[in-house]
Design a protein around this ligand. Structure first.
Ligand code: NIG
Ligand code: FE
Length: 403
């Protein structure tokens, strides 16, 4: 049983502690066996039996659970650098979308790309994420928007999951926008989702979750209710892109449907916050998207103080968050969302794991948990999030193996 010792600070991120307590232990040691954690605690308390084991010296660095990026749009064709300039000249995200750019342009590029091209491109991003200490990634479809192309994206995720140490957790986002060819008859598209795509992906276990974008220009509350209720009937967990650009009642719908998570929430109302607290739905904050679109940051303090667990994720996608730098999002969560470093770390580990129903297996460094961890070149959590260097991650372990 190998031992990690001389850990300056170990963040255990226990599932049951309040979000402002990341279970920090100074001068710690960690013992693992095979794929799982065996023992953690102060080095001075390490049981004698582990002292004769193989020892790895962490040289006074920080050790954290492998990060969980619980909201990404990992697979897409093309980029949208041209829109970046348009927005700098004053065009809004929604004006660009209404003019045929935005998500629709990425749908065209994704439909035009081969499976191999999409896989190579997403692999590149995945390598970058792993190097930052991310060991699990939720990944949405939503740039295919017809049967064949949604399945193509999901096949990319299946292949990448098989080929990589990092775990992929796929979500169907067929309800991202109404695709151009269905604009004149929205109901037909909703019907295709409910009668063809959702039953098919559920039957073949291609996804664990179903998501919908509830917004002006995307799906109405009534449409999303129909789509997500169908997904629920087929045994899928529910996620919602809610209240991102306006207060559209998405959070209330998430609570009504017992969604596992409501994501974005830049414009969530006080009533929406109350509803999420009662339902126990996780709020997923996406500070890189707020930064990039110049939208308000999530009122995380208000949510946390109301009893809502808040996760932080990258939202990596070509339109609203072209970066997968989750540690940067964590620093922004502190600076712009009023979260403490311990709240922010829990947000990207155990709470993020909860947002994908995996918090009993990953996101914590407690005995019995999967040995997914990252060694960070900082003495403390505070120092890591304060310094926000290009990449503080020095080593990553997935399922007990260095990767
Ligand atoms: O989460 N809001 C909807 N979907 C993405 C943006 C997708 C895009 O612009 O391509 C998001 O921000
Ligand atoms: Fe998103």
């Amino acid at each position: 049983m190998p031992v990690l010792r001389n850990i300056s600070q170990l963040a255990t991120c226990p599932v049951q502690t309040p979000q402002d307590d990341a279970g920090l232990i100074s001068n710690a040691a960690l013992v693992w066996a095979g794929e799982s954690i065996q023992w953690v605690g102060p080095y001075q308390d390490m049981p004698d039996q582990y002292h004769s084991e193989k020892v790895i010296d962490c040289e006074q660095k920080l050790v954290i659970p492998g990060l969980v990026d619980c909201h990404t749009h990992l697979c897409f064709g093309g980029w949208r650098g041209d829109e970046f300039e348009l927005r700098l000249q004053g065009a809004s995200y929604q004006e660009i979308a209404a003019a045929g750019g935005g998500i629709a342009s990425t749908v065209a590029a994704t439909r035009g790309a081969s499976l191999g091209e999409l896989q190579r491109k997403a692999q590149h991003a995945l390598d970058g994420m792993l190097s930052l200490g991310v060991t699990t990634v939720e990944c949405k479809s939503g740039y295919g928007l017809d049967e064949a192309n949604e399945l193509k994206q999901l096949e990319v995720y299946r292949r990448l999951d098989e080929a990589n140490a990092i775990d992929l957790v796929p979500t169907l986002l067929g309800a991202h926008i109404i695709p151009p060819e269905h604009k004149a008859n929205r109901d037909r598209y909703v019907e295709m989702l409910c009668e063809v795509l959702i039953p098919q992906v559920a039957r073949h276990k291609l996804v664990r979750f179903c998501d919908a974008f509830v917004e002006e220009g995307a799906f109405t509350v009534a449409e999303a209710r129909k789509i997500l209720s169908t997904a629920k009937d087929h045994g899928l967990g529910i996620k919602i892109h809610a209240d991102q650009l306006s207060d559209g009642g998405g959070a209330a719908l998430a609570a009504e449907l017992g969604a596992i998570s409501a994501e974005h929430l830049e414009y969530i109302s006080d009533a929406g916050i109350e509803a999420l607290a009662i339902a126990g739905t996780v709020a997923v904050s996406l500070p890189l998207a707020s930064l990039f679109l110049g939208e308000p940051f999530l009122r995380a303090r208000k949510l946390l103080d109301s009893g809502v667990a808040v996760a932080v994720a990258s939202d990596f996608n070509p339109g609203s968050a072209p970066s997968y730098h989750l540690p940067l999002a964590m620093t922004l969560a502190c600076l712009k969302q009023g979260m403490s470093p311990q709240e922010s770390l829990n947000a990207a580990t155990t709470v993020a794991a909860r947002a994908i129903s995996a918090h009993e297996r990953i996101g914590s460094l407690m005995p019995g948990y999967q040995a997914d961890l990252a060694i960070i070149d900082s003495p403390t959590l505070n120092h890591w999030l304060y310094h926000f260097q290009a990449n503080g991650c020095k080593a990553v372990m997935k399922r007990g193996e260095w990767v």
